[in-house]
Design a protein around this ligand. Sequence first.
Ligand SMILES: [Zn+2]
Length: 264
Amino acid sequence: MKEEKGENSPFVKFIGTAGARFVVMKQLRSSGGVWLSSGRTHLYIDPGPGALVRCLSSRPRMDPSALDGIVLTHKHLDHSNDVNVMIEAMTEGGFRKKGVLFAPEDALEKDPVVFNYVRGYLENIEILGKNSQYRIGDISFSTALRHKHGVETYGINFTLASHTISFISDTRFFSELPDLYQGEVLVINVVRREPVGDDPIDHLSVEDVKTIVRTAKPKLTVLTHFGMTLTRAKPWEVAAELEKELGVKVIAASDGMKLNLNEV
Ligand SMILES: [Zn+2]
């Protein structure tokens, strides 16, 4: 495909791959979230602690003023900590009113994570709800069912010009989950090495990933958002084991990893 000025091949850049409290607070991995670009549109997903710093220090440097929008899958701190500063950076300190914030209602209403004064810098705020469609520039996306997580949370199915990519954000496993995310690339937040069982932990484990991948059959599965047990288990080894067992391509994201979607 011929690239026009300002366009680049679609990509996902994992600014951070840390998940849950301990990996984030000790910064064993970065916790910045994900940058998604397609055509002329740049979208940031879940700007956790360090998003701005990691964008500016990445090579090549990622400039948040190029962003068209920010998606919060939910308001937990490891997904939203840098949302205010990223809105400021996207809008050049609020001097250039632009961009759209997509977030669940409870990130904005009760105990909100977005300051009122930065909301005015945005062109628009769209509320993420279940089974809804959204569009920003060259990127369309939809939500599915509300996840089983402590706060209002949604995963996202993105439809780009020539690719589909799904993000399964934080959730406890539930029976409909494997059918909700059909992207050819499936990014899964997998916090736990061992099954969650009856523990009061609203996160996916490696066993849950197997169940999801067997049903969803993505072309590529990318594991990210690693908690302590998974970080210790070496995510790249876990990915290799899964790939062998499931017979499909599985990789573990690393901080700064750029996934060129035309090469998947
Ligand atoms: Zn969470």
